[in-house]
Design a protein around this ligand. Structure first.
Ligand code: COA
Length: 150
C-alpha cells in the first residue's frame, strides 16, 4: 500500500469515475487530500487496483471514499484497505471510524458489516436527491493486548 499524496489526484479521479455514478473529479480529490488530517492508501504495484481516502479530526476519523476496481474485487482488497484506514485512524488518535454508504449498495454494506461497522444514522435522499445514505460507525477500541503486564 502506498500513502496517497496530491500527485495521485488525477489517478484517483479516474478510478472513481469507473466505480461511482457521481464521480469526484481531480480537483475535488486534490482539495480533499489538502484538508488537515486527510490520509489514504493506494493498492496495486504495477497497476492501481483500489484506494481508500480518509480524514481524521480530533478523536474521530471518516472514510471519505473507498473503491476497488472491478477486476480486483472479491479478493479481500476492500477489507485490506479498510483495515489500513482503521489502523492509521488509531495511530492518529481516533476512537471511532465513520462512513456513509448508499442504502442500495449491497456490496459496500456487506463489506462494512463483516468488519465491525454498525448503522448509527440515516440521511434521507442523500445521493442524487434519491437514495438514502446509511451512516456507519466502527469502534476502534483499545488494544489491551499491547499493554505491558504489571
Ligand atoms: C465495496 C468494494 C470496495 C468491496 O471491495 P472488494 O475488494 O470486492 O471487497 P472484499 O473482497 O474485501 O470483500 C470483503 C467482504 O465484503 C463482502 N462483499 C464484498 N463485495 C460483495 C458483494 N458484491 N456482494 C456481497 N458481499 C460482498 C463479503 O462479505 C466479502 O467477503 P467474501 O468475499 O469472503 O464473501 C467494491 O465492491 C467497490 O469498489 N465497489 C464500488 C465502489 C463502492 O461502492 N465503494 C463503497 C462506497 S461506500
Amino acid at each position: 500500500m502506498t500513502p496517497l499524496s496530491p500527485a495521485h489526484a488525477a489517478l484517483m479521479a479516474g478510478m472513481h469515475h469507473v466505480c461511482f455514478k457521481e464521480p469526484w473529479d481531480a480537483k475535488a480529490m486534490a482539495d480533499l487530500l489538502a484538508l488537515p488530517g486527510s490520509y489514504g492508501f493506494l493498492a496495486g504495484e504495477a497497476r492501481p487496483e483500489g484506494f481508500v481516502l480518509c480524514r481524521a479530526a480530533a478523536d474521530e476519523a471518516e472514510v471519505l471514499t473507498i473503491l476497488v476496481l472491478p477486476p480486483y474485487r472479491r479478493a479481500g482488497l476492500g477489507a485490506r484497505l479498510l483495515a489500513a484506514a482503521a489502523a492509521e485512524a488509531r495511530v492518529r488518535g481516533a476512537a471511532a471510524l465513520f462512513l456513509e454508504v448508499a442504502a442500495d449498495n449491497a456490496a459496500g454494506q456487506a463489506l462494512y458489516a463483516a468488519h465491525g461497522f454498525h448503522t448509527v444514522g440515516r440521511r434521507p435522499r442523500y445521493y442524487g436527491g434519491v437514495t438514502d445514505a446509511l451512516v456507519l460507525r466502527k469502534d476502534l477500541g483499545v488494544d489491551h493486548t499491547a499493554r505491558p503486564m504489571i
